[in-house]
Design a protein around this ligand. Sequence first.
Ligand code: SAH
Length: 407
Amino acid sequence: MTTIYLKPHKEESLKRFHPWVFSGAISRVVLDASHKASAPEEGEMVVVRSSANEVLGVGHWQVGSIAVRILAFGVERLEKTFWRERIAAAYRVRESIGLIRPDNNTFRLIHGEGDFLPGLIVDVYADTAVVQAHSVGMHVCRKEIAEAIIAEVEQVKAVYYKSDDTLPFKAPIEGEKTGWLTTSDQRLTTNDEYWSEENGLSFRIDWLRGQKTGFFIDQRENRALVERYAKGKDVLNMFCYTGGFSLYALRGEARTVDSVDVSQKAIDLVNINVAHNFPDDPRHHAYAADAFDFLSEQREKGSTYDLIILDPPAFAKHRDAVKNALRGYQRINAKAIEMIRPGGILFTFSCSQAVDKEAFRLAVFSAAAQVGRKVRILHQLHQPQDHPINIYHPEGEYLKGLVLYVE
Ligand code: SAH
């Protein structure tokens, strides 16, 4: 195997289990005999050693500022049982905290670094797992990963691979970036009528055409909180996608629920989900519209709401976009706060990893001050238990939310 030697003292973060080796920490690369090129291949498994030749771990080589993502510390190679053991360990966590139940067969099985598998995401929807690789190394290992999931997670019968949007843009990639890794089941292949349960609500999951792996599992706990507060309220669910928050609000006895998303495909799914869980319910309306336009139009009409949910897509996908993102958060939050009735509630979120809790809170503070309403924080929300944060890798924290009481 190729060996990566670090500069003196650069082993310290690895010894504290931080799983990334930055390219600047590397002193030299000793290629194994099989190489024709002058550098390791993207996705290849490499050994990392300190300047004193101590074995630090093995991981996947990447081109970019993160050069290696460590899979196992203190060893020179992965055991044959590596994938099964890691997946079984992740499953045990979800099981032990009561997440896996007949009324809840939707959960994130692997959350990258948070489950000690950097670059890998696996979401489970009933009997199907959707795998997403964020590194070429995970792409190379996709078949072993699929086999390990089938072997370790009883409910999963099929594994779909969906990495067309997540693999590094310019990387030389062999093999398909999407498609089934395990099944020839026609019902699964067409993906029609595929339902998954979250806390007793049924959602149609479209991983073939949907966003991310098909659903935003990360809002499960926050949706349950909306259910608690929805009774008798007029609710607006902005950036609703397939209607997660809307269904919980309806079950929580909201008076009316308006769902808004710019994607017509998402709105079609919201309507399917509402009709399935709450047949012929006159309380719900869905609109395919841009969020900013919708809020401006409603404001002109003098509409107001008791409870608004704002769950926009990541406004900052990179560090250099943070400033604009913060302006975006301020603008949309100001528009929402203006439309909340006195004594109403705003659930507001940011899923931009590059925007930290404090910066997001400051953007919402600026929005409140701009509108001149009295605002208090009732809850500070975050990502759920099946999106764990490795304590040695704080970069894994991305979802934050505030629940505000607006006077
Ligand atoms: N709250 C959702 C997840 C939201 S993801 C859930 O619980 O499942 C963000 C959503 O915002 C996506 O569905 C995307 O289509 C939508 N979106 C992106 N830009 C938008 C815009 N300008 N106006 C309205 N919706 C938008």
